[in-house]
Ligand binder design. Structure first.
Ligand code: DGY
Length: 328
């Protein structure tokens, strides 16, 4: 990939400074109207590009990878999650995959905390009342929610984002519990004042609020299925800012409607933007359009990471954010 300028194809609009820099460095093709690439467009891009810069929503599976041109050597994903890319097949075809971890940790943890506060304190209902002009003034019994301080927060998935949530939660007086495949080092557990549960089932039965911070992998798909959701207290809340596939959305919807769970704050959905319509009408649910990492600062830093990954790879080095199938 030396000599001529690298052909880089970007599948979605990126922040303007990122696109400008990509244009300075590479022979770049941008997506000026930000439409979602069809499979045909993705295949065509993979047949032409030296480097593809896809993002969440671009499903790059075995069949598409089979159509990649021999020149495609790097898929530099714009985003931390890489569950939409078949990394194993890419590697077997000598295509390296990179992502943008770390730079969206704090922003996503902030959004998780916002949902942890917003749902038990009924911010959605309060805001709706104001926007409809229906507020009759203060009343001692109106819109009573639940106190956050002193409650048990369960964090499912204690990676970077889970730990950033734990740090914030402590400041709000929440007791932090977590379930993770691997137990944290004792020092980290102590610093976060976090209690590890080897058994997810046992933790679920005891928490007041559950924050889902686990990636979507074959082993986390529907980890929160109907059986496990039923272990939770009817007074418990669920917040999900990681991946919708971790939760059985239909089971969750049924339980929220039946009052078997107190509420949910969701930023992600099992089928992308095709959301269970029954979720929408519920008072005890706050729905966001996958905006956990949507800050100007974070999105620029994600772009910077993409560029560093491409440059490092082009210079013949291992890019800093290469992902491996073993990370799943
Ligand atoms: C990612 O980068 O994978 C996030 O889900 C986008 O917020």
């Amino acid at each position: 990939m030396s000599g001529k300028r690298l052909k880089v194809i970007v599948t979605r609009r990126l922040p303007e400074p990122v696109e400008t820099r990509l244009g300075e460095l590479f022979d770049v093709t941008l997506n000026s109207d930000d439409h979602r690439f069809s499979r045909g467009e993705l295949a065509e891009a993979m047949a032409r590009a030296d480097v593809l810069v896809p993002t969440l929503g671009d499903a790059i599976d075995q069949r598409l990878l089979a159509q990649a041109g021999p020149q495609l050597r790097l898929i530099a994903n714009y985003g931390a999650g890489f569950d939409h890319i078949d990394v194993q097949t890419a590697l077997s075809r000598n295509i390296i995959v990179t992502n943008t971890p770390g730079v969206l940790t704090e922003d996503t943890a902030d959004m998780t905390m916002a949902l942890i506060l917003a749902v038990p304190r009924r911010l959605r209902e309060g805001n709706l009342l104001m926007q409809k002009g229906e507020w009759q003034g203060w009343s001692p019994t109106a819109l009573m929610g639940h106190r956050i301080g002193g409650k048990r927060l369960g964090i499912l998935g204690m990676g970077r984002i889970g730990q950033a949530v734990a740090r914030r939660a402590a400041a709000f007086g929440l007791q932090v519990h977590y379930h993770n495949r691997r137990r944290l080092h004792a020092d980290t557990e102590e610093r976060l004042a976090a209690t590890w549960w080897e058994s997810l089932d046992q933790m679920l039965a005891r928490v007041d609020i559950l924050s889902v911070n686990a990636p979507h992998t074959p082993s986390t798909f529907h980890l929160l299925n109907a059986r496990r959701l039923k272990l939770m207290k009817p007074s418990a809340y669920i917040v999900n800012t990681s991946r919708g596939e971790v939760v059985d959305e239909n089971a969750l919807t049924r339980m929220l409607r039946a009052g078997e769970l107190a509420g949910a704050g969701l930023d992600v959905y099992e089928h992308g933007n095709d959301i269970n319509p029954r979720l929408r009408g519920l008072d005890n649910v706050l729905l966001l359009p996958h905006m956990g990492s949507a800050t100007q600062e974070g999105r620029l830093e994600m772009g910077e990471k993409v560029i560093i990954n491409i440059k490092t790879h082009a210079d013949g080095h291992r890019p800093p954010d290469q992902v491996l199938p073993s990370m799943l």
